[in-house]
Design a protein around this ligand. Structure first.
Ligand code: MD3
Ligand code: FE
Length: 206
């Protein structure tokens, strides 16, 4: 088998969260976004804004702008406040699936409104690649693309639905991946529509 389906360390839990847990989680995320409003990060050098709106909870938040590039910062770039704490019900998902002894330091909140997508990339701004990344999908269904360790490796597309959880550990931690598109209107979970993806990460080495 040469396709990315075989990549070691990728685990997929469809329907991990029932409808009630999805609603509770959405409320917690909305409370974080009230404290730490979502923004559009811009790409290093080009300064082009990403289509996905982002915010964070936890000690570190992922951010990018034209001058500073991709990085983790300890305060909201516009309010100057520390990021809100990661809500307990989100930490409990990490505890259930990550199989990693210490808590995540970042919960990146990606908000996809109509037309938003994310190009194929690797997540390598963290110091700790031994820790997995845990992904939680809420709201509209997304077409997720997972490749291999080289940009040109074969990829496979799969749908991520509201309540699905993925764990990207082992070799898959450095796999290329992206979101091709979001199926607008496929869920009514998120106020105003769209999709929210939460990624839980370690940033520093324990
Ligand atoms: C595979 N987010 O925030 S989640 C990202 O749905 C990101 O918003 C996408 O890629 C989203 O960086 C995909 C699934 C995911 C997350 C992290 C990964 C897949 C991954 C890290 C390594 C390999
Ligand atoms: Fe990513």
């Amino acid at each position: 088998m040469t396709t990315a389906t075989a990549i070691e360390g990728f685990r997929y839990y469809p329907g991990f969260l029932d409808a009630a847990r999805q609603r509770a989680l959405t409320e917690s995320v909305m409370a974080v976004l009230t404290q730490a409003p979502a923004y559009h990060a811009t790409m290093p050098k080009s300064g082009v804004a990403m289509s996905v709106a982002m915010s964070n909870a936890g000690r570190f938040g992922w951010y990018s702008d034209k001058e500073g590039g991709y990085r983790y910062i300890e305060r909201h770039p516009f309010t100057g406040q520390p990021w809100p704490a990661i809500p307990d019900e989100i930490l409990s998902i990490w505890d259930a699936v990550a199989n990693y002894g210490v808590a995540p330091e970042c919960c990146l909140i990606n908000h996809y409104r109509a037309g938003a997508k994310m190009g194929l990339h690797q997540d390598r701004d963290e110091q700790d690649f031994d820790a997995p990344v845990v992904s939680i999908s809420l709201g509209d269904t997304a077409v997720f693309r997972l490749g291999g360790l080289n940009r040109k490796d074969p990829t496979r597309a799969m749908k991520l639905q509201s309540g699905d959880v993925c764990v990207l550990g082992g070799a898959s931690r450095l796999a290329f991946h992206g979101i091709d598109r979001v199926l607008s209107g496929s869920s009514r979970l998120i106020p105003g529509g769209g999709r929210i993806n939460l990624t839980l990460r370690r940033v520093t080495r324990p």
